[in-house]
Design a protein around this ligand. Structure first.
Ligand code: ARG
Length: 460
């Protein structure tokens, strides 16, 4: 069978296995709507420059409309023999409208066609993902604003360090997400140029108007160089890099939620609808959603490495290797979308167990630094204050007493100038309120930071 769209120079049919091996239609058919949009823009431009007649354009438009309906309605017969989404659609168009269908590919190649389709497809995905990311950010910020006064232990080395506001911790999550938003917006900016018109690699002999197709497809402008246009997949790598970092952030949040929902921490509760049970242990309520998001980070990181490795050392311009860009990219899109959706639904419904968090902050000498700072205000150099408080902590460890539980005489035994006002300093509220500067955990600062973060997200 040499009846392929490209079969002219062939004298034998493609090997059946090779046909299946080289086909991409199973996974690239999800770009069908973008492929049709690209074809319509291309045909309109060809008519505008006189390569197609008005009548031919009308036929192509009508035919592509019908193809679109068949695909959306599920009646379109995808064929592996036609290799990919592009040739499936073109072949069906020709079946529907006859010889005029064969003119659509004038001045175009699948190489600029596929580059255009992927950009359009990814652009739409980016816009959806930006909405979900914004929803997660707002949910996180609202929860933070409600818990500007809720005390929890802050950790370093996963050991109790200093008390922080739960809202402050949540706003730290939001900072990671805010940077992710910036990376996504930046990726979209560079992606939004039209490769259409580069044709196979060198451009085309027809008097095409690349600005026209670029504008019709919502691109900012045409790409600059035809060779680069058909070989560049930076935009896919940039998106996957964004995704890997976003998922890395979600995995860190997930890890904390898994810890915090454990009986040993018992800091927060997740609604039942985000958890599952055990088939054998009746008491179990497992934090499956955060665990799974944590796990999916591995596959997204893997996709980034796949794409980097795919492009490494590829000579210009188009190579069939690039057909391998789609599955990692598409799976990254789907995974990011699902993870963000799960998190955006779940995070606003996290229920902190305020008493437990407070109690945990009270243990572990979390206000030891506050006592050292108090001694500095009494004239002691910080290093000496550190030493004095260290001795007091050692005493507390031996006696099972927190600093605030020691009486004044005991504390004065470590440093005579300590006075009764020290107990104010040793409270959790005092510790939080004292860190009253930009970026600090004082409740007033947390409330102001939440306000600024909300304004920023809502301004876009
Ligand atoms: N299915 C191909 C891809 O995904 C389309 C471009 C094919 N071009 C070619 N010259 N074989 O990359």
């Amino acid at each position: 069978d040499t009846s392929k769209l490209w079969g002219g120079r062939f004298t034998e049919a493609t090997d059946r296995f090779v046909q299946r091996f080289t086909a991409s239609v199973d996974f690239d058919q999800r770009m069908a709507q973008e492929d049709i949009a690209g074809s319509l823009a291309h045909a309109e431009m060809l008519a505008a420059v006189g390569v197609l007649s008005a009548d031919e354009l009308a036929q192509i438009q009508g035919g592509l409309e019908q193809v679109r309906e068949e695909i959306q309605g599920g009646s379109f017969a995808w064929s592996v023999e036609l290799e990919d989404v592009h040739m499936n659609i073109e072949a069906r168009l020709t079946q529907l409208i006859g010889a005029t269908g064969k003119k659509l590919h004038t001045g175009r190649s699948r190489n600029d066609q596929v580059a255009t389709d992927i950009r359009l497809h990814l652009r739409r995905a980016i816009d959806d993902i930006a909405v979900e990311l914004g929803r997660l950010q707002l949910g996180t910020i609202e929860l933070a604003a409600r818990h500007a006064d809720t005390v929890m232990p802050g950790f370093t080395h996963l050991q109790t360090a200093q008390p922080v506001a739960f809202g402050h911790h949540l706003l730290a999550w939001n900072e990671m997400l805010e940077r992710d938003h910036g990376r996504l917006a930046d990726c979209r900016k560079r992606l939004n140029q039209s490769p259409l018109g580069a044709a196979a690699l060198a451009g085309t002999t027809y008097p095409i108007k690349r600005e026209m197709t670029a504008a019709a497809l919502g691109f900012d402008k045409p790409t600059e160089n035809s060779l680069d246009s058909v070989s560049d997949r930076d935009f896919a790598i940039e998106f996957c890099a964004f995704a890997a970092l976003l998922l890395t952030h979600l995995s860190r949040m997930s890890e904390e939620l898994v810890l915090w929902t454990s009986a040993q921490f018992d800091f927060v509760e997740l609604p039942d609808r985000f958890c599952t049970g055990s088939s054998i242990m009746p008491q179990k309520k497992n934090p499956d959603v955060p665990e799974l998001v944590r796990g999916k980070t591995g596959r997204v990181n893997g996709h980034l490495i796949s794409l980097l490795t795919l492009m490494k050392s590829q000579p210009l311009a188009y190579n069939k290797d690039n057909q391998e860009d789609k599955e990692p990219l598409f799976d990254t899109i789907d995974t990011v979308r699902d993870c963000l959706r799960a998190f955006a639904d779940m995070v606003p419904n996290i229920r902190p167990r305020q008493d437990n968090m407070r109690e945990a902050a009270r243990r572990g000498f979390s206000t030891a630094t506050d006592l050292a700072d108090y001694l500095v205000r009494r004239g002691l150099p910080f290093r000496d204050a550190h030493e004095v408080v260290g001795k007091a902590v050692a005493h507390g460890v031996a006696q099972g007493l927190d600093l605030a539980e020691m009486d004044l005489a005991t504390l004065q035994g470590f440093y005579p100038q300590i006075e009764a006002d020290v107990f104010e300093v040793l409270t959790l509220e005092g510790s939080l309120a004292a860190r009253d500067h930009l970026g600090g955990t004082a409740p007033a600062q947390v409330r102001a930071a939440a306000e600024r973060a909300r304004d920023l997200v809502q301004s876009r």
